[in-house]
Design a protein around this ligand. Structure first.
Ligand SMILES: [Zn+2]
Length: 156
């Protein structure tokens, strides 16, 4: 098994592969590609018509005392049936967020234990970013609780 494949397994995120990594004093950056050739639009039409690709930098859980960033392509596809452009959604990042879900959950529980200011210093995020992540996760958990309360016979 080659090194990048091992890093892909270690990273443990669905649907992406590690192509390379950049390690500096300040951070570790994993350069990722997306395995899927195409996507399903919100109306369940499959398309491989790639319209636009923009690189985005997404913060993930720290490793070896260094912040970790994922360098990912944000892809936009064209659906011929809908005649519209749709941005691909990745399971491990919420819509328009710049952090992985697992990073946001970790910030949320750190804030509960340590408070906003200490987390801000430790993670080198500014206060507003920490509050924003905290509120995002809290809001999500609340709406999940409401959803499961409305559907008592779901999978649980
Ligand atoms: Zn469509």
């Amino acid at each position: 098994m080659d090194m990048n494949m091992e890093l892909t397994n270690l990273l443990d995120l669905q649907g992406v592969q590690v192509e390379s990594k950049d390690i500096s004093e300040e951070a570790i950056v994993f350069n990722l590609t997306i395995s899927a050739k195409g996507m399903y639009c919100p109306h369940s039409h499959y398309t491989e018509e790639l319209h636009q690709v923009r690189p985005i930098l997404v913060r993930d859980l720290a490793a070896f005392g260094k912040p970790v960033y994922l360098n990912l392509p944000r892809r936009q596809f064209y659906c011929r049936i809908c005649q519209r452009y749709f941005t691909e959604h990745l399971d491990f990042i919420d819509y328009r967020r710049k952090y992985t879900q697992r990073y946001e959950v970790s910030i949320y529980s750190q804030v509960n234990n340590l408070g906003v200011e200490q987390v801000s210093q430790q993670e080198k995020l500014n206060i507003e970013q920490v509050k924003n992540i905290f509120n995002h996760v809290q809001h999500k958990q609340q709406s999940q609780q409401i959803t499961s309360a409305l559907k008592p016979c779901s999978k649980y």
